[in-house]
Design a protein around this ligand. Structure first.
Ligand code: NAG
Ligand code: NAG
Ligand code: NAG
Ligand code: NAG
Ligand code: NAG
Length: 289
């Protein structure tokens, strides 16, 4: 006896859907002083778990070029990313590491037709950085965190990526006046494009924030979860931050949709987030469909 026509139809539809199932392309944006070579382990994890995924680690602003201003990097990365998005009818995912997470926020907010489905942020200083690290000692040997504002909060300082997200809680007014990246992106300083940027940012379907207390570089480490110091260097969590409460750039709206997932993972040092297999298996792979 022949199967009824609806069964034949259902079976062919299922077959077509199986054939058409492909993983969304994944775009990876590296961090300060990195180059794509540092992230190949992550690429290997992705293609092992999800064979056939088109993974692109953008090869731009490598090594010391990663110190260039974040707006110039955003423009450069956009050029490289645009064709990948155009070829991806169902959208793309982005995995952005450390400073790269702030670059990805810049891309999301200023790209009107982006189709980023999920942004996975790996220990990115989302609300800025205020801490003495080896990078800082190397870059600005004469300065420590308490006086770096003299350099960073100037027009010349703002040409250096690190200063673009330097967030000195003891000089908040100066930060608001001179930070021409983070304060603008957060819409903490009047920005004529703010409502446009918010709309663009909210095209994002899901935001995954990964970070933890043993990071050792991002300071405070809670910045990876949109927390930050108040004027007394006490950490205030994301949902009590002004940028969140006033929904200045879309974070609260995104959260209200249930579109933010936060992973707080101990025992991972900053340079290990992208190559730690446990992190990949527990916090990353399930979003890359
Ligand atoms: C991956 O995507 C890029 C951009 O869409 C495309 O140029 C490239 O050919 C793709 N690679 C593979 C192996 O499909
Ligand atoms: C910030 O800018 C405003 C307006 O230009 C100015 O009145 C204020 O003194 C500035 N604050 C700091 C700390 O530079
Ligand atoms: C706002 O958008 C316009 C047009 O896209 C651009 O020329 C201008 O530089 C933007 N303003 C800021 C503060 O980025
Ligand atoms: C910071 O500490 C001072 C002195 O202890 C206190 O008066 C002030 O309220 C604190 N500020 C905040 C934002 O907690
Ligand atoms: C990898 O991550 C796990 C937590 O998920 C941690 O316990 C472990 O120490 C990490 N290993 C390395 C080499 O960072």
């Amino acid at each position: 006896m022949l199967p009824p026509p609806w069964a034949v139809l259902a079976a062919s539809v299922a077959a077509v859907l199986r054939l058409a199932h492909t993983y969304r392309p994944v775009i990876v944006v590296h961090g300060l002083f990195d180059s794509p070579g540092d992230l190949v382990t992550l690429q290997t994890y992705i293609t092992q778990s999800h064979p056939g995924t088109n993974v692109t680690i953008i090869d731009l602003f490598d090594r010391t070029k990663s110190l260039m201003s974040l707006w110039s990097q955003v423009e450069g990365f956009k050029q490289a990313i645009y064709p990948i998005m155009e070829n991806a009818a169902n959208g793309v995912h982005m995995i952005c590491y450390s400073q790269g997470g702030l670059i990805c926020r810049g891309i999301l907010s200023t790209m009107p037709a982006h189709n980023v489905h999920t942004l996975v942020s790996l220990s990115s200083p989302m609300l800025g950085q205020y801490g003495d690290t080896d990078y800082l000692k190397w870059l600005f040997p004469k300065y420590v965190k308490s006086n770096l504002y003299h350099v960073c909060y100037t027009q010349i300082g703002q040409r250096v990526s690190i200063c673009n997200y330097w967030n000195d809680p003891h000089h908040h007014d100066l930060y608001l006046n001179t930070s021409n990246y983070l304060a603008l992106l957060n819409n903490e300083r009047m920005n004529p494009n703010a409502s446009e940027w918010k709309k663009n940012f909210l095209r994002l379907q899901h935001l995954v924030l990964i970070g933890g207390p043993d990071d050792g570089v991002i300071t405070p480490w809670q910045s990876s979860h949109f927390g930050f110091y108040n004027e007394n260097e006490t950490v205030v969590e994301m949902r009590r931050q002004l940028v969140y409460l006033k929904d200045l750039f879309g974070l609260k709206t995104l959260d209200a949709r249930g579109a933010i997932t936060i992973f707080k993972i101990p025992d991972v040092h900053h340079t290990d987030w992208h190559s730690n297999r446990t992190i990949f298996d527990q916090c990353i792979v399930k979003w890359l469909t």
